[in-house]
Design a protein around this ligand. Structure first.
Ligand code: SF4
Length: 160
């Protein structure tokens, strides 16, 4: 599998994450805080209550990719950015503690505890996607204006 650009290029990751912050309400900034306003907004747009909205997170979204191959891409990308000839890599710890995955819909590394307006039932994806899952994501991508940023990688991921 070819690693998606956002897993190794911090600028691509930040650009796509920033897009998600601004356009699909990716957040909250600190999931450990109550974030009442944020969750009320998500609950309103999903036509549900706050308690229910809080159960709908990246960590169980079907665009959230946590296959072993993708986790390796994320860890390798973090490790490549670490300095020094004899450094101890913290990449695995970072991925574990933040419970990171890759958002196949908007192409950035996201944290399991966050969410966005586009949340899709059925995740996380921990092994090769079925055709049904791929179709659902393709439809969601069309709904959110398609995806030119990382098309090659998205296709590669779908073929794993
Ligand atoms: S589409 Fe899913 S994985 Fe991507 S940011 Fe939204 S909730 Fe998270």
């Amino acid at each position: 599998m070819k690693c998606p650009a956002a897993t190794y290029d911090i600028k691509v990751n930040l650009k796509n994450r920033d897009w998600a912050f601004k356009n699909v309400g990716y957040g909250p900034a600190n999931p450990d805080e109550p974030n009442d306003e944020f969750w009320q907004e998500r609950a309103d747009e999903w036509n549900t209550d706050v308690d229910q909205a809080k159960t709908m997170r990246c960590g169980n979204c079907s665009a959230f990719i946590q296959t072993p191959e993708m986790i390796k891409c994320i860890e390798d990308g973090i490790e490549a950015g670490e300095e020094g000839p004899e450094h101890t890599s913290y990449a695995e710890d970072v991925v574990d503690s933040a419970d990171l995955g890759y958002c196949e819909l908007f192409h950035f590394k996201c944290a399991a505890a966050r969410t966005c307006s586009a949340w899709l039932k059925g995740g996380p994806i921990t092994r090769a996607m079925t055709s049904k899952q791929k179709n659902m994501l393709a439809m969601a991508q069309m709904e959110y204006g398609g995806d030119s940023e990382d098309e090659d990688e998205a296709e590669d991921e779908g073929e794993e």
